[in-house]
Structure formats: C-alpha cells, structure tokens
Design a binder for this molecule. Sequence first.
Ligand SMILES: *[C@@H]1O[C@H](CO)[C@@H](O)[C@H](O)[C@H]1NC(C)=O
Ligand SMILES: *[C@@H]1O[C@H](CO)[C@@H](O)[C@H](O)[C@H]1NC(C)=O
Length: 651
Amino acid sequence: MSGNKLRAAILIISETASQDLSTDKCGPILQDVFRDDGGDQWEVAETKIVPDSILDIQSAIKQWSDGEDALNLIVTSGGTGFAVKDQTPEAVSPLIEKHAPGLVHGMLAASLAVTPFALMSRPIAGVRNKTLILTLPGSPKGAKENLQSVLKLLPHACVQAAGADSRAIHVGGVKKLEEDAGVPSGAASVIGSKTEGHAGPKAHTKPEDRPQSNDPSAGPTRRHRTSPYPMLSVDEAVKLIEQHTPPPQTILAPVNESLIGHILAADVHAAESVPAFRASIVDGYAIKHPQSGKFEKGTYPVALVSHAQAGEVQPLQDGQIARITTGAPLPPGATAVVMVEDTVLVAKTADRAEEKDVEILTDAVRPGENVREVGSDVQAGDVILRKGEGITAHGGELGLLASVGTAEVLVYRRPVVGVLSTGDEIVPHDRPGALRLGEVRDTNRPTLLTAARNAGFRAVDLGIASDKPGTLETTLRTALSTVDLIITTGGPTLERSLGGTIHFGRVSMKPGKPTTFATVPFKDPGTGRRETRVVFSLPGNPASAVVTFHLFVLPSLHYAAGVRPVGLPRVMVTLEAEVRLDAVRPEYHRVVVVARGDGRLYARSTGMQRSSRIGSFRGANGLLCLPAGEGTLGKGKKVEALLMGQVVGEV
Ligand SMILES: *[C@@H]1O[C@H](CO)[C@@H](O)[C@H](O)[C@H]1NC(C)=O
Ligand SMILES: *[C@@H]1O[C@H](CO)[C@@H](O)[C@H](O)[C@H]1NC(C)=O
C-alpha cells in the first residue's frame, strides 16, 4: 500500500481499444467508480489496454501481481463472454492461486437483478500471491454495476491477501467488519439494492472439497472439466525443459564410428606429434649440409634409399645423398631434400638396378628445405578438439583424433528415446485388413521413431499400450529402465501413476497446444542410483506430434546430450505466397524451404495445415514461425523458419 490507500489496476481487454485507445469507454468509468464509491480507500495506480490475447493478459497480470511491489487489486474488463475471441477467464484462471467463488456469485447476482443475460458472463475472482483479481464484463454499464456491487467488501479481502493478521482484523466480529466496510447486514442488500432477498446462486461445496483428478483411473466423471495447466508460451516451455531435463552424463568412449554424433565433454590433447618424424615433402634426394655451411652442387654417391614405409633408416654421412620419396622419413643427419627435377642421373650400379651417382644441379637449397619437421602439423600436448565440439559424420574430427593416436575420449552420453502409442483404438499401421469402426492406424509411432533416429538418437519402439491404467503403468515402468526419454502420444497424463511431476501441460501454439512435459524419478536397480527420466506426452494428431517433437523433444534430447545450441537451426525465409495468421496462437506452418539462384531462401506452403493432416508434411523441410496476429503476412515478407531437413536447391 502506498500511504494509506490500496493500489488498484484496471486492465481493459479489447481488440478495438487496443488499436485505438480513444475508443475505450470502460477505463474512465471504472476510474470514477473507484473515486466515487471507493470510500477514499483506492488509488488507481495502473491502467492498460490489451487485445484478447491470453499471453498479453497474463503478462500484464503477472507484472502487477508478482514481486515486491505487487498491487492490491486488479480488475479486468472484457473477454468474459461466449464469443470465440473471449478468453479472459481462460487467461486469468490459471494465474489464480485461491479462487473466490463468493465474489463471482456476488457479481453475477448483482447483474442478474438487472438482466437475465447476466448469466451469459463467465466471471472469475481470486487471489494470486498478494493481489486480488476480478474479471468484469466488457460493457461499461455491466462493468460499473459489477464493481460497485463488491467494491466495499474488497479492502478487507485485499488487506488479508496482503498478509495482515486475520485474527486482528476479525476482532469485533462480522458486525464490526460490516461497519468498517460501510455495508449494512444481510448479504442481499450488499450485493445489489434490487436483489430483494435473493442471495444468488450458491455452491454448497468448497472448491478444495470437490473431487477433481487427472488420474485416468478416477474415471471421466471425476476428471478436470478444463485443463488444469496454465497456458505457456513456446519460449517459457523450452525454458522449463532446460531446467528439468537431467544434466548430461559423461562417458569414456572408444574412437571409432560409434562416436559420431557425440559431443566432447573435455578438451582433447594430442598424445603424439604429427608428423612424428622428419619427412620429405617431395620425391628427390636427401642431402647433408656440411658443418662449414654451404652445400656445393656436383656429383654425389647415392648411399641409401628411404621409402615411405616403417623401419630403420641408416644415418647419412658427409658427402653422401639418399634417394627419398614423398612422406618418407629423412635419414638421421640429413638437412634438406633436393627435388628430383634439380638432379641428373650420372651412373647406375653394376647390375644396373640402382642409381650409383647423381648430379645435384643447384647449390641454392637451404637447410630445412622440403622437410616437414616433427610436430609441424600438431605438437604433442596441443588441444586438437575442444569441449563442446561435436564428432560429425562429415567434419573430419574422427580423422583428427585418429591421426594423433587418441584411443578414447570423454563425451556426453546420448540419451535413448522410447516411443509408445497409447489407446485401445490404435492398431499397428501395417495390420492387414480394413479398419473397424473407431480404429485408427498408428502413424505417430513410426513417424516419431524416424524423427528421433534422423536426429541421431537411438530410438526404441515401445509398441502400443492399452488405455487400461494398469497396462500403461506397467509398460512405462519397464521402459524407464531401458530408455532415458519416453514419448507417448494421444494418452492420458501420467504424473500420478508414476509419481512424476508435470512441468507444463498446455502451450500457446498451433498445432500442438496439449503438449505435456513431465519428469519421473527412477531408481536404477543395478546401481541403486536415483535418476530422472523425461516423459513427453504429445498430441495425438500426427502433424502436431511432429511439430512438438521438433520444438520440445529435440531440445530436451540436445540438453541431455550436451548439444548446443539446442533445437532446430533457425533461418530467415521469404514468403512465396500470403499466409493467414492465427489471431491467438503463434503457428508453426509446414513449408518447403527452397534456395533460389538469387541466394535467398524462400518458403513454399505444403498446403492445408489441419493438424490431423500428415500429408502436409510431405516434402516439408521447415516450419515457418508465424506470430499470433490479425490478418495475413503478404508475399515477399521475411519470416523466421526452423529447418527440419536439407534446403531444396532450385535455379
Ligand atoms: C509473491 O510475491 C513475492 C514477493 O512479494 C515474490 O517473491 C514471489 O515470487 C511471488 N510469488 C508468486 C507465485 O508470484
Ligand atoms: C567401437 O569400439 C567399441 C569398443 O571397442 C566396440 O564395442 C564397438 O562395436 C565399436 N563400434 C564401431 C562402430 O566400430
């Protein structure tokens, strides 16, 4: 509280007013209610206008209710109806820690006294941290009446929410509270002067006493009627994945092809120098500069031959030369190599099989010329690869490791993925015969197995589990001992049966909203070590499953494997055709990313984007990242895209 006043915020939720502030009628009217009916107890500290966007609404409310300087009251106006765009209750509800159905009933009853259409509003009230939040209707008249109907009661609730000692407040009993609030006894007259004794609809149970469960065994009638999970942005979801994916484990791995795809967990030092001996870089004759200095041209006896093969080489004496091939070790004592072009054969041996004497035509050869010194490529002890670098199938890292004789390296272990389909209606994709009514072929499992393997991870097929709670639990428990990360699709949430924690259950994106990310404790029966396994429950639609695999599962696998940066690479692409935006959710639109002769990348739509349409993936190598918004993005606009596969070339 600043001074003695309670601090309130007004959040106007209106598409129109958010574009043209002058069209807002509600804000000024609510200001007046606080001033005229607030008993001089209120200061309106903040006002803001946002469109009907869950994220905008949530971000304003969080800004005002989280942290040291939290406000006492937030009233919102708008978005509480039944229109498609109305989502204020959906935005506010997940933020509320303690619901206040009494205030909701009070507001409804007050409006009901005016019009039966009051029942067409879906208000929410409750406390987040120390802040009371109320959602008012969007019409100026309705908002005013609703706020007036409860305003006098609010100081008491706000003071309690802010952490005052409730016993001190209750000294004097309800009578004193009523006097302090300036309201007469009798609920009806408080709520609205015209309610004439009706106390409004009244629930006979408290929310905490109502059976609500996500446990599939609890049966459909006892499950949550709406998603209990707050709606997160994709970025918030990926942050939670980073926080909760178990950190990478290091292992010592042999240097061979099985190393491909691993990330080094420590710098690698060269065990040996390359080259390990002084070697000739030309075909020619090794010579020895005399101690005195200059090498004289003239005819020299060929004392020995050095080929590029292992073995002892005799030392070279003063006045001798040795024939040498490229890459062969210099004889001890040799100082340089004269290339064969600068020489003439003078005499052969008696059997005519070997050279006996050779004339060196130049005296300009300096010591060290045409010689690759020991360690001139890599010195023993040099760092040849750094921690965090990956061993690729194409980058030559394996060759580098092999060249310095590295036998083992410390790398991050690659997590193993298990893919499980759930549902009694799911049949294997290759089951012969026609489908019976309700049966669905399992497209997700083969698709996700392929996606995981294509990303370089070992993926285990866990089959199809029945919906029966016991079956699913047993399958999952068995799987936890063999895989690090389980992907299920279409199934119920799992935290209860496995004792895990759900970190998010809804993401504001299209497709893919009902994506669930959970971690589950697991005790390794072999080592007794307590570990954490990751479980993703992806939407049952094939296209949603693929999008959410790339947006969420892949980053988790990357965190666990030490791969940085995580997830798909991002590129800027130019739209080949106009695309329509989703008003509420950011959309990941499947496209073909094409590289054209002008050096730019273009995005071509793969057609209809309905989330059940796996066909929209055919040929798709990218996901356009479209922001939420009104209208369309025109042809030629630049948009960010995530690359799932190789860019297609097109001239
Ligand atoms: C509640 O407010 C305190 C500070 O007053 C803050 O530290 C905390 O993070 C807030 N909690 C939530 C859930 O917002
Ligand atoms: C790599 O070496 C390990 C240990 O010697 C062996 O088990 C594995 O099969 C090898 N992998 C390949 C691809 O050569």
